[in-house]
Ligand binder design. Structure first.
Ligand code: CTP
Ligand SMILES: C[C@](O)(CO)[C@H](O)COP(=O)(O)O
Length: 249
């Protein structure tokens, strides 16, 4: 029997950089809240069996209403997120406590509403070969490591070869036993600093391969003012291309 695939949509952040009066995942994108677009991608992905949503505590009921109105049948719970993104990921693990170690967990930023079901499916496929996977794209910019400048500010300390660099996105996927072991170690470490979940596995389970799944530039993270407009433009372009493809079919 194939493993169950449980997705967690991580929406526990307040969107400080966006500076909106409510969390950015509730901002409208083509008439629907950003979080609705993100959940819809998992709802539409045949490989996904179940979805849990981790939301800013004060807005849990709001998201429950969004889920109900949208008719998302795979969503089994909308729960409070945590203080940090890592805390929210850990809360997602708690929401999956009834699942087997051999089941699969997909963790996705609610702030990435343009993820395609095909990318989600590619993560599930890749978990047939590796215990951890992460969607990533090459960098079109040269990325540098910086250090304090001699007279203040910052200075370039290292220019890693761009061919060896990728920009991580989400979903990030894991065999549940791998994620559970990594987080058991991570949550016991007072020095835990992580901005994603693949990094937690890499740091605490160095023997585990973290496989890259090629992503798409359109899978942007809505972070700063202006990003919603960018997402709107990308969404309109994708819809126009889909219409043309149907006409040509
Ligand atoms: N405590 C947190 C912090 C972040 N996230 C989620 O992680 C994703 C990526 O985080 P980010 O873009 O940084 O969102 P925010 O933390 O809300 O943004 P900011 O840093 O500007 O406050 C988002 O979907 C966000 O809701 C989360 O679930 N729990
Ligand atoms: C997980 C992530 O989207 C990978 O690029 C990113 O690290 C999230 O960072 P944020 O500061 O929590 O948005």
């Amino acid at each position: 029997m194939r493993p169950r695939v449980i997705a967690a949509v991580l929406a526990g952040g307040v969107g400080a950089r966006m500076g909106a009066p409510s969390p950015k995942q509730l901002l409208p994108l083509e008439g629907r809240p950003i979080i609705e677009h993100s959940i819809a991608a998992f709802e539409a992905c045949p490989e996904v069996d179940e979805v849990v949503v981790l939301m800013v505590r004060e807005y849990v009921e709001r998201v429950e209403d969004i889920v109900s109105s949208a008719g998302f049948s795979k969503v089994t719970a909308v729960l409070p997120g945590g203080e940090t993104r890592t805390d929210t990921s850990y809360a997602a693990l708690s929401a999956m406590e009834g699942a087997a170690d051999t089941d699969l967990a997909l963790l996705h930023d609610a702030a990435r509403p343009l993820v395609r079901p095909a990318t989600i499916g590619a993560c599930v496929s890749a978990l047939g070969e590796a215990g951890a996977v992460g969607v990533a794209v090459p960098s079109g910019d040269t990325v540098v490591r910086v250090a304090p400048g001699r007279t203040g500010g910052e200075a370039v300390a290292q220019v890693p070869p761009r061919a060896e660099l990728r920009r991580m996105q989400t979903p990030q996927g894991f065999r549940l036993g791998v994620l559970r072991r990594a987080y058991a170690l991570a949550m016991a470490d007072p020095g835990l600093v992580a901005t994603d979940d693949c990094g937690v596995v890499l740091r605490y389970l160095p023997e585990e391969e973290v496989r890259i799944v090629p992503g798409e530039e359109t899978n942007i993270k809505v972070t700063n003012p202006g990003d919603v407009e960018v997402a709107e433009t990308l969404l309109r372009r994708a819809r126009a291309r889909a219409v043309l493809a149907e006409v040509d079919a």
